[in-house]
Design a protein around this ligand. Structure first.
Ligand code: UDP
Length: 196
């Protein structure tokens, strides 16, 4: 996969279709992988946060979510990225694929009850969608280990984490190997949007 380096952060040059194919392959391979939906705010935050900088560069895929990344690539680096791949659009397309392929999903993030409401709305919109679990995103030591073991037991194919950046990326990087979920994606405020 070709990449463009923006302020030291490697961003994948990838289309929505390629990202979807990449995810399908990852689900088949089962090795845990982290996707970051990158935007300029995250690239700037990584300049001041060494841990986040490393997590961004160790992620398996960084898709260009923010339009600012495409503009910087084109006008400052002379690199044309084909299109934006937003976390919200990628998730929507993944729900369609999940229905066809039977992938199971876990939603983690948002205030108490929001992910459960999002689950209900999504199942209404995509009847048959396998959302096997949900949990709010306000984690302390105690409920964090409860969530980790619940996800381990449920073995979803896809984990959507909406706790805001960099919190969601740090969570995924920290627990990825323990959780053994093939594809984990940080999706910011998307769970709030699905909840309506
Ligand atoms: N959030 C969470 N846990 C926290 C802090 C925030 O689950 O400890 C949730 C918050 O409820 C919201 C989501 O993170 O649903 C996204 O927050 P924000 O809009 O700040 O993130 P962004 O989309 O800008 O990355």
């Amino acid at each position: 996969m070709d990449k463009v380096k923006i302020l030291g952060i490697q961003v994948d040059i990838i289309t929505m279709e390629e990202a979807l194919r990449w995810i399908e392959d990852a689900i088949e391979e089962k090795k845990p992988r982290q996707i970051i939906t990158g935007n300029p705010e995250m690239v700037m935050a990584a300049q001041k946060n060494e841990k986040f900088f490393q997590i961004m560069n160790q992620a398996d895929l960084v898709v260009p979510d923010g339009i600012g990344l495409l503009l910087v690539a084109r006008y400052f680096l002379g690199v044309d990225m084909p299109e934006r791949v937003t976390g919200f659009d990628l998730s929507t397309r993944l729900f369609e694929r999940a229905l066809n392929k039977g992938y199971s999903i876990y939603l983690l993030g948002g205030a108490l009850g929001v992910a459960e409401k999002a689950k209900k709305n999504l199942i209404r919109q995509y009847p048959g969608l396998k959302i096997v679990g949900t949990h709010h995103g306000y984690l302390n030591e105690e409920n964090r280990s409860k969530v980790v073991s619940e996800i381990q037991n449920l073995r979803p194919d896809l984990l959507f984490v909406g706790m805001g950046a960099p919190r969601q990326e740090i969570f995924i990087a920290t627990y990825k190997n323990q959780l053994k979920v093939p594809v984990s994606i940080g999706i910011g405020g998307s769970i709030d949007i699905w909840a309506g």
